[in-house]
Write a protein that binds this ligand. Structure first.
Ligand code: ATR
Length: 483
């Protein structure tokens, strides 16, 4: 079940939010602390407009809410609103006033007994959950993982406390996002989400994202889990490439972003969940290598892996950046019209690009801010290299590929090679995909060049990844939500 937390500051705003998302959600949480001046009439008006079960909550500031007006007033408000036909009331672990609890039981309102930690995952988390559930209430724990190891601990709840039926386990913040999407794999009854453009708690995803992109509700024990590991990771468009394609192909599978600080710890979680395959992004494309039982020819060549799939008891590493990069310029490469290429950057992405071009025997010049890195890659790939400032001196270039992160949002106005003398006959290939028209692309377009956008490569490598994950072709229907 998906629970929409209403974030409006007035009943009218909350009613509008509810109506907009009514078809996507199953429960609503009224947060009295988010209403600007809550009283019985306003909450009654709200309750009358909502035809799904309601959770009544008034969250204190110290627990991540906005309530600062003291316990006496909070109890009075909750007591009054309890009578308005709500199904659940959320009471914190340390809430001691008996009258509210007693009245809730008289009215057969379910009590969610909650514990919050906005800084960490407490060491005694399992014991706390057991304590919270003691009186037959729904035990809810909302804690803040600070690493992928912490996230793993939250997923252990399902197994460790399998005989506790009524529980909600939430990892707040970015580390906790997999626990929100895969809430059923933590053994949780439901997961919370917010209206688009608002966020009731750190790490809340929107109702649309939860219901339409991730279909979090459809996850069962049989659902295959895929994902992307990176740091940062929430900016990636890969969930928009894979989730709609799983759906269109009729597969029971989900693709989830995992913020990962330690690759070894992620592999442990991947065994535990289990994860069937995953994409790898910055900065882990090399760090995953020691954990792979098999690698493809391209991974061996490039020393970088962006796709990992489970093969029996082993993890196999692939590199779809290599072929994904080539796809948009395949015709020119096969026709032999790309003889000289300039590659800006010498990082992980540049490695795949240079190796792929060298595979087609293109002459490659690598230009990088740090000359030493350009030189190293040039030596490995039998290419030429120079400092990035030498961009101004390049001649007879058929292809220029921009592989650095320069120009990525929010620094859209930056171009790593503002002096490059575009003649108009080069193909300008950008790897940055947000924004679509980077400063580099704009300069190339002004000169009349054919351009290849970062999104084209992202999609091409993603489609190949999908094939490695599923053994199926990527479905025809376009996934325009990636733009
Ligand atoms: P990726 O896997 O995306 O390539 P990376 O391996 O960290 O990421 O490489 C980043 C590339 O962007 C490098 O070539 C880096 O240049 P340095 O080797 O000099 O660090 C380049 N880069 C990042 N920020 C840059 C900047 N402000 N100006 C120029 N180049 C930059």
């Amino acid at each position: 079940m998906l629970c929409l937390t209403l974030t409006g500051s007035h009943a009218s705003e909350c009613i509008e939010q509810f109506r907009e998302y009514r078809n996507l959600i199953h429960l609503v949480e009224i947060r009295l602390d988010l209403l600007s001046d809550p009283d019985r009439d306003e909450v009654a008006q709200l309750c009358q407009s909502i035809d799904v079960p309601i959770i009544l909550t008034c969250r204190r500031k110290q627990d991540g809410g906005a309530w600062e007006q003291g316990e006496k007033l909070r109890t009075a408000l909750l007591l009054t609103c309890l009578e308005l036909g709500v199904s659940y009331i959320d009471l914190e672990e340390d809430y001691k006033r008996q009258e509210l609890e007693q009245r809730a039981r008289e009215l057969s309102v379910n009590i969610i007994r909650s514990y919050h930690d906005t800084r960490k995952v407490p060491e005694d988390m399992f014991a706390r959950l057991v304590k919270l559930s003691k009186r037959g209430d729904i035990a809810k724990i909302a804690v803040t993982p600070q690493s992928i190891t912490d996230t793993h601990i939250l997923f252990n709840v399902e197994r460790e406390l399998a005989d506790m039926p009524n529980k909600i386990v939430i990892g707040m913040g970015e580390w906790g996002i997999p626990t929100r999407i895969l809430y059923k794999r933590t053994g949780s009854l439901f997961t919370y989400c917010s209206p688009e453009g608002t966020s009731a708690a750190s790490g809340h995803l929107s109702a649309k994202t939860m219901a339409e992109l991730y279909r979090a509700d459809r996850v069962t024990q049989a659902t295959q889990i895929f994902g992307v590991v990176g740091n940062p990771v929430m900016h990636t468009s890969s969930p928009m490439i894979h989730n709609p394609a799983f759906h269109q192909s009729g597969l029971d599978a989900i693709y989830v972003p995992f913020l990962v600080d330690n690759v070894r710890s992620f592999f442990k979680l991947a065994e535990r969940l289990p994860v069937t395959g995953f994409s790898v992004t910055v900065p882990h494309k090399q760090q995953v290598l020691p954990f792979l039982g098999r690698i493809s020819r391209e991974v061996k060549l490039i020393g970088s892996c962006n796709t990992v799939v489970r093969k029996g008891s082993l993890w196999k590493g692939l590199n779809t950046d290599f072929y994904g990069f080539l796809q948009p310029i395949q015709a020119e490469l096969e026709a032999g019209t790309i003889r000289k290429a300039v590659v800006i950057g010498a990082g992980g992405a540049a490695r795949s690009v240079v190796w792929a071009l060298r595979n087609y025997r293109c002459k490659v010049v690598i230009l990088n801010r740090t000359a030493q890195k350009a030189r190293k890659l040039a030596e490995e790939t039998n290419s030429q290299w120079d400092e990035i400032s030498a961009a101004a001196n390049q001649e007879h270039v058929d292809l220029i590929v921009q592989t650095t992160s320069v120009g990525m949002e929010p620094n859209d106005q930056l171009n790593p090679v503002p002096d490059f003398p575009f003649s108009g006959r080069e193909i300008a290939y950008e790897l940055v995909y947000k924004p679509q028209r980077t400063a580099f692309i704009q300069a190339a377009e002004q000169a009349g060049c054919r351009v290849v956008y970062g999104m084209q490569m992202l999609l091409a490598q993603g489609k190949l990844q999908f094939e490695s994950f599923t053994g199926l072709s990527y479905p025809q229907e376009p996934t325009d939500s990636t733009s």
